[in-house]
Design a protein around this ligand. Structure first.
Ligand code: NDP
Ligand code: MG
Length: 383
């Protein structure tokens, strides 16, 4: 029986994790959950899974909520979050908070040498230079949950010889605007951007998928997780989202991982560690399958150039790229800027900073702060 701490339990990935745990109750115990402020959903989870600890990040939650009757000692400070994650009885930490807000949790888990299932790609993008060496020093196993990275993980098992890889191919659905020219993007609305063709996900990642910034974050994430130069990572649009990524070896063999788009599949793989966990899934109907591949749509190469620069120069560039995107997405979802402005905010913020090394988590937080201030300035300059 493995004790799990699930951070981001009330979100989309949280839901999928709970579905996998529900189907494999004899292997897993939900030791603790973490969330932002959705107490109603947290209450449903606690009624079913009875976790010992609950961490609630938002300070101004309803103090009269029923959940607080059954859990009078709700955790809320950063020290309490750290103690929960680093509790010796915790075997697996699932990092599924959305955005940069998830970084501290990922850091605490890695610093304690835990096995961490990472959905929160922003942690790796912003702080790859800190987290990856720390994981090695603390013997923390990082298992990817992101469907592309979990696919690569399955096609390229840990401790394989990197020299045997010719290239990694990350697939992208292309998002809702795959068939639009860059010029046509100036007409799209928030509602259009929220309609993802193949995946149902949280708001932030859905917008990232529409801009294709999600794929840029994934390119950087793959570079750090698998220690592969960006020159060996290709991104290809595959609208059906059946092949989740591929690895080509130096002998010409390409191994692909496939499933219908369903996050429970990579989560089951990650939670199973070295074993296959049974889950209910919709089998692929191969006789009806029509797989296609195409390049990234015109006009959007510029963000990939920035992402590749992040991989090549590292240091503070990942946190700047990530922070500028988070500010831009927030401004777009609150309808302060247009969809195409997201690209301007990222590029102008990114161009503002010189590359510099980072050596501590504090450095990351400082660059995150500066990049957010700069991105807000760019937003003001747009009007
Ligand atoms: P959601 O928006 O659906 O959920 C976010 C979760 O994080 C919620 O539980 C939310 O709590 C919690 N949360 C937000 N802020 C804080 C905070 N400051 N402290 C603690 N908890 C917080 O996001 P997703 O589940 O879609 O995505 C989560 C992560 O997984 C992201 O990094 C995303 O990129 C990644 N991912 C998601 C995929 C997907 O299919 N959804 C696929 C691959 C990766 P509450 O709602 O209670 O406020
Ligand atoms: Mg993904």
């Amino acid at each position: 029986m493995k004790n799990i701490v699930l951070l981001g339990a009330t979100g989309s990935i949280g839901d999928s994790c709970l579905n996998v745990i529900r189907q494999n109750k004899k292997h897993f115990h939900l030791f603790g959950i973490g969330l932002g402020g959705n107490l109603d959903k947290a209450q449903q989870i606690t009624q079913e899974f009875n976790p010992k600890h609950i961490f609630v990040a938002q300070p101004h939650v309803d103090k009269s909520h029923d959940l607080l009757q059954s859990y009078p000692n709700i955790l809320s400070t950063e020290d309490e979050l750290q103690a929960l994650i680093q509790d010796p009885s915790v075997d697996i930490v699932i990092s599924a908070i959305s955005g940069f807000a998830g970084l501290k949790a990922s850091y605490f888990a890695i610093d304690a040498g835990k096995t961490i299932l990472i959905a929160n790609k922003e942690s790796i993008v912003a702080a790859g230079d800190i987290l990856m060496p720390l994981a090695q020093a603390k013997n923390s196993e990082i298992i990817p949950v992101d469907s592309e990275h979990n696919a690569i993980h399955q096609c390229f098992p840990p401790h394989s010889d990197l020299k045997e890889i010719s290239k990694i191919m990350i697939t992208a659905s292309g998002g809702p605007f795959r068939e639009k020219t860059f010029k046509e993007l100036s007409e799209v609305t928030l509602q259009d951007a929220l309609k993802h063709p193949t995946w149902s996900m949280g708001t932030k990642i859905t917008i990232d998928s529409a801009t294709l910034v999600n794929k840029c974050l994934e390119l950087i994430e793959a570079h750090y997780l698998f220690q592969i130069p960006e020159s060996q990572i290709e991104v290809v649009v595959h609208p059906q989202s059946i092949i989740h990524s591929m690895v080509t070896y130096i002998d010409g063999s390409t191994i692909a991982q496939m499933s219908n788009p369903n996050m429970e599949v990579p989560i089951a793989n990650a939670l199973g560690l070295d074993h296959r966990l049974p889950i209910h899934f919709e089998a692929i109907n191969f006789s009806e399958l029509n797989l296609s591949f195409e390049p990234i749509a015109d006009g959007r190469e510029i963000i990939f150039e920035m992402a590749r620069e992040v991989c090549n120069k590292r240091g503070n560039l990942g946190v700047i790229f990530n922070a500028s995107n988070e500010i831009a997405v927030d401004a777009f979802t609150t309808q302060k800027i247009d969809f195409v402005d997201i690209y301007k905010v990222i590029q102008r913020t990114f161009d503002h900073f010189a590359c510099s090394n980072v050596s501590t988590l504090e450095d990351i937080f400082e660059y995150d702060k500066q990049a957010r201030i700069q991105a807000e300035k760019v937003i003001k300059s747009l009007h």
